[in-house]
Design a protein around this ligand. Structure first.
Ligand code: PGA
Length: 253
């Protein structure tokens, strides 16, 4: 059985003091919780202090993005080595806000996935269709392209290290979540694609998360589905009670 995974993506929110306060409260609230992996992805400026607060707890730290070179003249970028240095074990890669607002490509995603695996960081690769693509019947083709290029050339040893987050762009930050049926259809498609087209073994158990307007009201309905291995949570992860409620609903009863 795969352990569910819940990731809080704080995006470009919270100054250092409130970020540290939220991290401290999460450590307290989750001290007795087991049966779920919990990861938080604060903005870069809070990674170090938040990492210090959570380091002996069950919470793990993630970056929201990085550049795939190790160092050099790349003004304004952050290397994955730097994320690792401040305690990150995970990083999001190819979030739709990176793709839509900052022009990130599937080829760039692929470079980042390889770099993360080389450094022992778990890549959380985000895929998902826009509303236009869904309305045009291009959902599966879109995800297929994102997977085939984004996950190209992984060795058998590298494959189990991945996490995939299905995040339909139309559901992110809109308050309109995908229904469990819609999510299940895509998660099954992704799993089948990984096995049949990308050569993953069925036993590998890559975790596939759902993200897009997950909140404390809809999390139970989504996370009780065995096809949904956890959640990538944006807005609701900034609120202690909501995020803890979502985490609780991910735990298998
Ligand atoms: P949301 O964001 O939960 O605010 O919709 C999810 C995400 O972007 O990861």
């Amino acid at each position: 059985m795969t352990t569910p995974l819940v990731i809080g993506n704080w995006k470009m929110n919270l100054l250092t003091a409130p970020a540290c306060e939220l991290a401290k409260s999460l450590v307290d609230q989750l001290a007795d919780v087991s049966g779920v992996d919990v990861v938080i992805a604060p903005p870069f400026t809070s990674l170090y202090p938040v990492g210090q607060i959570i380091k002996s707890s069950r919470l793990c730290l993630a970056g929201q993005n990085f550049y795939y070179e190790s160092n050099g003249a790349y003004t304004g970028e952050v290397a994955l080595e730097m994320l690792k240095d401040v305690g990150c074990d995970y990083s999001l890669i190819g979030h739709s806000e990176r793709r839509c607002l900052f022009g990130e490509s599937d080829e760039g995603v692929n470079k980042k996935v390889h770099h993360a695996i080389d450094l022992g960081i778990t890549p959380v690769v985000c895929v998902g269709e826009t509303l236009e693509q869904r309305n045009a019947g291009a959902t599966l083709a879109t995800i297929e392209t994102q997977l085939s290029i984004g996950l190209a050339d992984l060795s058998q040893e590298e494959k189990p290290r991945l996490v995939i987050a299905y995040e339909p762009v139309w559901a992110i930050g809109t308050g309109v979540n995908a229904t469990p049926e819609q999510v299940i259809e895509i998660h099954k498609f992704i799993r089948k694609y990984l096995v049949e087209r990308l050569g993953f073994s069925e036993e590998v158990g890559v975790r596939i998360l759902y993200g897009g307007s997950v909140n404390s009201e809809n999390s139970e309905q989504l996370l009780r589905e065995k096809e949904i291995d956890g959640a990538l949570v944006g807005g609701a992860s900034l609120n202690l009670e909501s995020f803890c409620a979502i985490i609780n609903s991910a735990i298998e009863i």
